[in-house]
Design a protein around this ligand. Structure first.
Ligand code: ZN
Length: 312
């Protein structure tokens, strides 16, 4: 039976395994859409995974390719490291800044902006510094790890817009200096060892406590305190949707878990509230074409049902 099923799948990308997972994902997406439709106060929590489809690596991860050794992260991108060796920090920042400045919002960012515009998302809490939520059109965004809009002097706390200073740095390689005290200024982002911006964090926590639904999108929930917010939301009665490539510690407690690309899934979650007439007839046609195969897949389902725990 199993051999026959796998033989059937050979050379057919709509084989039983993938077909089953796709239909399970369809069910999960349908359930998530119901939760969004029934919720009154929805908060999204986003992490590096929502910007990787825009080509931005997770700079806090040793696997990002931006670090030769894991220890360098703390030595270079930390409060201590910046104050003692700001040039080393800027040398490290250059390739990341280059990528971020060229990146554009992807369909996941756009979908969240559309949900907000439709009144089905009240706030985004993000660990990202890349400004892509704002550029996608999102309005209420709590950037708990700071952002690249501003630079700040770590010595006298002078704060100013970042664009010109970072342009000059990229063009001439000269790190920006504080006009008051001449210390090298840093982008207004949270480095290792920095406190999170208090007002932003407080606003984010208030949004979480008011939420009756939280959507985690592209976060592995490994970094505190943002990673703890789903638990806080649930403690205040919120439902939980997790959309992330890899597993998270909240998967078992979530109402819906979808292990897939946020750039594929979030537009589907927003679809009921976005006018996208072009997608209608085409996807209807594809559904029709897939129908007989789906019937075949349904017959094979028991053999496949235990194979994936990705969707509940
Ligand atoms: Zn200063």
């Amino acid at each position: 039976m199993v051999e026959w099923a796998s033989g059937l799948a050979t050379g057919n990308e709509l084989g039983p395994g993938k077909g089953w997972m796709r239909r399970s994902m369809d069910k999960s997406i349908q359930r998530a859409i119901e939760l969004i439709g029934n919720a009154k106060h929805v908060v999204a929590l986003t992490g590096a995974g929502i910007s990787t489809p825009s080509g931005i690596p997770d700079y806090r991860s040793p696997k990002s390719g931006l670090w030769k050794k894991a220890e360098d992260m703390v030595e270079v991108a930390s409060t201590y490291g910046f104050r003692h060796q700001p040039d080393k920090f800027y040398e490290w920042l250059r390739p990341l800044l280059d990528v971020i400045r060229q990146a554009t919002p992807n369909p996941a960012h756009v979908a969240l902006a559309q949900l907000e515009a439709a009144g089905h998302l009240q706030a985004i809490i993000t660990q990202n510094i890349d400004l892509l939520h704002g550029r996608a059109g999102s309005r209420t965004v709590y950037e708990v790890h700071g952002h690249l809009r501003e630079i700040v002097c770590p010595a006298c706390h002078y704060l100013t817009a970042a664009a010109d200073a970072l342009d000059a740095f990229m063009a001439r390689g000269v790190a920006p200096r504080c006009p008051r005290c001449r210390h090298v200024m840093k982008p207004n982002v949270v480095l290792f060892g920095d406190l999170l911006p208090r007002a932003t964090l407080r606003a984010a926590q208030a949004a979480v406590q008011a939420a009756d639904l939280m959507i985690v999108a592209g976060s592995s929930l490994e970094v505190s305190p943002a990673g703890d917010l789903p638990e806080v939301a649930q403690a205040h009665g919120a439902r939980l949707i997790v959309v992330n490539f890899g597993p998270t510690h909240m998967d078992a407690a979530a109402d819906v878990v979808i292990h897939a690309d946020v750039a594929e899934v979030l537009p589907r979650l927003a679809a009921p509230w976005t006018a996208a007439p072009a997608a209608g007839p085409l996807s209807a046609l594809m559904d029709m074409a897939a129908a007989p195969l789906n019937a075949l897949i349904a017959a094979l389902e028991p053999a496949e049902a235990s194979a994936s725990a990705a969707v509940r």
